[in-house]
Design a protein around this ligand. Sequence first.
Ligand SMILES: [Mg+2]
Length: 220
Amino acid sequence: MQHVVWDWNGTLLNDLQQVVLSVNAALASVGVDPIDADGYRAGYTRPVVLFYEHLLGRPVGDEEWEQLDITFHDAYREALADAELAPDALAAMDRVEEAGWTQSLLSMFPHNELLVALEGHGIADRLLAVDGLRGGRGERKYGSLVKHLEHVAPRIGGKIDPKTVVMIGDALDDADAAEGLGIKCVLYASGSHPREKLEASGHPVAGSLIEALALAGITG
Ligand SMILES: [Mg+2]
């Protein structure tokens, strides 16, 4: 391995509390009772519209899905200032650099807001490439990963051998995206998803970002 692709929400950013608050704002907008972190963990799935269908117990039409998604993002934007980096996020980024590897970030969070958040946390300069969501709602990550690696490639000498890349994320969607490209994925059990579910995917599961790096082959 030589390059790490980090996920943002629930991986480098410890935002579970803010996410649950924001889902509840979306649910309130359609008159549905709030959930707690356990309810989030138990039900979360992608595409995100399926998660809301699970919470609402019925199909969600296009218009309603748009409303839920907009309400979620409005609430999340407000709550975001309270979210902190994962406890060992900075140490993990240091370790990647010390090992002589490169790192980049791929998120399904809106691109421009992502850039602002990364600046706010002072880590934008440490990432070779950053890609968030440009258009679309709650899409799957695979297509974005393909494009992200096209952005990374010229910065690390041209062509990328999937065997030299590791993805570190907290969701099965991260694992599916990586798997689709033959890239190794280490899952971080940050609390957003049940650990058993992550383990059942067959990918290595870590309890911290430093441990995730160790499982990827970087030790201190
Ligand atoms: Mg995530």
